[in-house]
Design a protein around this ligand. Structure first.
Ligand SMILES: [Zn+2]
Ligand SMILES: [Zn+2]
Length: 186
C-alpha cells in the first residue's frame, strides 16, 4: 500500500468526484441530482451521513473546480498553494475513531460537519499527504487521446496511465496490438 487506507479511500473519493464533471470523453455531468449525490456518498462509504439536501448538492458540486486543477499542476509549489487554499475552506478537527469495525484512524472533519466540509477536509488532507510524501506525480490525468479524467496512480512502479473507464485502457491495448501487427507485416 502506498498511502494509509484512509488516505487512499479519500483519494478514491476525490477522483470519483472530479470525474463527475463533464469532460471530453463524456459530456455528461453525473452529479446533477440529489439522487446522484446520495449514490456517490453511498458508494464511497461515508459513515454517519445526515439527510442530504439540495444545499449539500450545490456545495459539493462547487468543490469540483477547486480540486480538479490539482491533477494537472506540474509543480509541488502550485499544488501546495491549491491544497492549502482548499483545506482552509473547511473546519478541520482531527480525531481518532474506530467506527464500523475499522481499526483506529484519524478523521479530520468534525462530527456533524456538512458533506462538503467533510470532503473538503478529508480529501484536502489526503492530497497534502501525497505532496508531503513527494508523490505528486501519482496525481494525473488519463492519457487516452479523448479522455482527461483524473486518476491516482497507486501502483508500485507508478505505471498507471489510463483511468479505470474500460474504454480507455482496453481500446489502447487494441490499438497497440494492431500497430504491432501492422509493423510486423501480418
Ligand atoms: Zn473513517
Ligand atoms: Zn480515461
Amino acid at each position: 500500500m502506498t498511502f494509509s487506507h484512509d488516505t487512499e479511500q479519500a483519494l478514491g473519493t476525490l477522483v470519483r468526484l472530479v470525474n463527475t464533471m463533464p469532460g471530453p470523453n463524456s459530456q455528461v455531468d453525473s452529479l446533477e441530482t440529489l439522487e446522484e449525490l446520495e449514490k456517490f456518498v453511498q458508494e464511497r462509504e461515508f459513515s454517519a451521513v445526515d439527510t442530504l439536501t439540495e444545499k449539500d448538492l450545490a456545495e459539493v458540486r462547487d468543490l469540483r473546480p477547486l480540486f480538479a486543477p490539482v491533477f494537472t499542476t506540474d509543480s509541488d509549489a502550485s499544488a501546495a498553494t491549491m491544497i492549502n487554499a482548499i483545506i482552509a475552506r473547511g473546519t478541520s478537527t482531527p480525531r481518532l475513531t474506530n467506527h464500523d469495525g475499522h481499526p483506529w484512524h484519524i478523521h479530520y472533519s468534525r462530527a456533524g460537519a456538512s458533506m462538503a466540509c467533510r470532503i473538503t477536509v478529508e480529501c484536502g488532507i489526503a492530497l497534502a499527504q501525497v505532496i508531503s510524501a513527494g508523490e505528486r506525480e501519482r496525481l494525473r490525468r488519463c492519457e487516452a487521446p479523448d479522455c482527461d479524467d483524473a486518476l491516482i496512480d497507486l501502483s508500485r512502479n507508478r505505471s498507471k496511465r489510463y483511468c479505470d473507464a474500460r474504454t480507455c485502457g482496453n481500446r489502447l491495448h487494441v490499438a497497440a496490438y494492431r500497430e504491432r501487427r501492422k509493423a510486423s507485416g501480418e
